[in-house]
Write a protein that binds this ligand. Structure first.
Ligand code: ADP
Ligand code: MG
Length: 391
């Protein structure tokens, strides 16, 4: 059986997959998708880069681990590989749903999975008529959103965004109108406005890993990666938030599996990183002042991790860099502040386990640094096992 790793650039995760495959004694074939010209005609197909013919290499692959980073390209590559007869993880039908936050929410809605109330308005904030006249729709759009959500806070987000980019919170009508005005159609928000009720979470949200190997029951990892901070309502690590591991109650694990089954319907193998929030404005176990001071201490000890993360030696000697990275995360996790926050998180999650809402499904998540070294989940192993199970 032959497994191909499809990627755009060899980043940390892809280097991690290579290292894991070596350790598992599994051969991986690397296919630099972005650099290849794929042609089809009545004779067949051909895959070539400037210097190398990949046709036979691609032909011989049975399964593809699709790590193409851009969502558009990933959807193309999944569909293309399927048409060439390959099994793809994740398949294009899954990529199609996860690509779009609206499609993901529709999937959750139709499967009775809790999610934030979501409104989609297909109209853009500014439209140009045939005669070149600008029509401004922000007032009408704001009215339609407020008719659904009322005077409460409203979140607007790009349908295909990542890393918290261009997600805006409006606290009143003026801000809402301004935020709507700021939205321009783009590759991450092709058309219209996507909005959600604001979930009054506390200081964190959760990333939960679920997967299914062929012929086996779906599995949800017992630990989640919690991303936390008090500065911004967006808790993405990309925005400088800290990371912690947290034990998941059985009820949440079961719900996460339900999400995986809904998203992966029709596919024998799938892997997802689900993002979820706890809808708990009350029930805070400690006051924010104490929390802030503990987060401050944890942030200080996280500085050493950040230094290693930024160390350029990783491309020269990945294995050595990885060892340094592992040690730095171990030191961070051993601090009292980390342990205190972890126990606050776990108590809060247990108390609020019936108030969880799922707001995103990532089909190609980053994992080598946080998910692996904080929550102890090496997704590379999962991906390779899933690939092996398909054949
Ligand atoms: N409806 C919402 N209410 C409150 N916070 C939200 C809401 N939607 C997103 N967020 C915050 O913003 C972050 C990023 O949102 P998400 O939908 O996951 O988009 P992205 O693809 O950019 O990660 C989330 O992790 C969460 O902290
Ligand atoms: Mg997210």
């Amino acid at each position: 059986m032959s497994i191909g790793l499809l990627y755009e650039r060899a980043e940390t995760d892809e280097m991690g997959i290579k290292l894991t495959a070596q350790r598992m004694g599994v051969d991986l074939t690397y296919v630099p998708f972005r650099k290849i010209s794929f042609s089809i005609d009545k004779v067949g197909f051909c895959a070539k880069t400037k210097g190398k013919n990949y046709t036979k290499i691609v032909e011989d692959l049975d399964v593809i681990l699709n790590r193409t980073q851009s969502r558009n390209r990933r959807l193309f590559s999944a569909y293309l590989m399927e048409k060439l007869g390959k099994k793809v993880i994740n398949p294009s039908a899954i990529e199609f749903i996860c690509y779009s936050k609206l499609r993901t929410m529709l999937c959750f809605w139709s499967n009775s999975i809790p999610f934030p109330k979501t409104i989609y308005i297909p109209c853009d904030a500014v439209e140009t008529t045939e005669g070149g006249k600008k029509v401004r729709n922000e007032g009408d759009i704001a009215g339609l959103l407020q008719a659904e959500i009322g005077d409460d806070q409203i979140v607007i987000k790009p349908d295909a965004g990542t890393h918290g980019k261009l997600i805006m919170l409006s606290k009143n009508r003026d801000q809402l109108v301004k935020n709507i005005q700021a939205i321009k159609p783009s590759i991450i928000n092709p058309v219209g406005i996507l909005a959600q009720e604001f979930i009054e979470k506390w200081f964190y949200d959760l990333r939960i890993i679920v997967f299914k190997e062929k012929g086996k029951a779906p599995f949800c990892h017992p630990l989640a990666l919690a991303r936390g901070g008090l500065e911004d309502f967006r808790t993405n690590t990309y925005l400088g938030n800290l990371v912690f591991d947290a034990k998941l109650p059985q009820e949440i694990r079961e719900l996460a599996i339900k999400c995986g089954k809904a998203l992966g319907k029709g596919s024998k193998v799938w892997v997802f990183a689900l993002d979820a929030m706890m809808k708990n404005s009350t029930n805070r176990i400690v006051d924010d002042e104490y929390l802030e001071s503990e987060l401050g201490k944890a942030a200080l000890s996280y500085e050493a991790v950040k230094e290693i993360k930024a160390d350029k030696s990783k491309t020269r000697d990945f294995s050595k860099w990885n060892h340094k990275l592992e040690t730095s995360f171990e030191n961070y996790k051993a601090t009292d502040a980390y342990k205190n926050i972890k126990s606050i998180l776990e108590e809060s999650i247990e108390t609020n386990k019936h108030h969880i809402v799922f707001h995103e499904a990532n089909s190609c998540p980053e994992f080598w640094e946080h998910t692996r070294l904080i929550a102890g989940i090496n997704l590379a192993t999962t991906l390779i096992k899933c690939a092996q199970s398909t054949v």
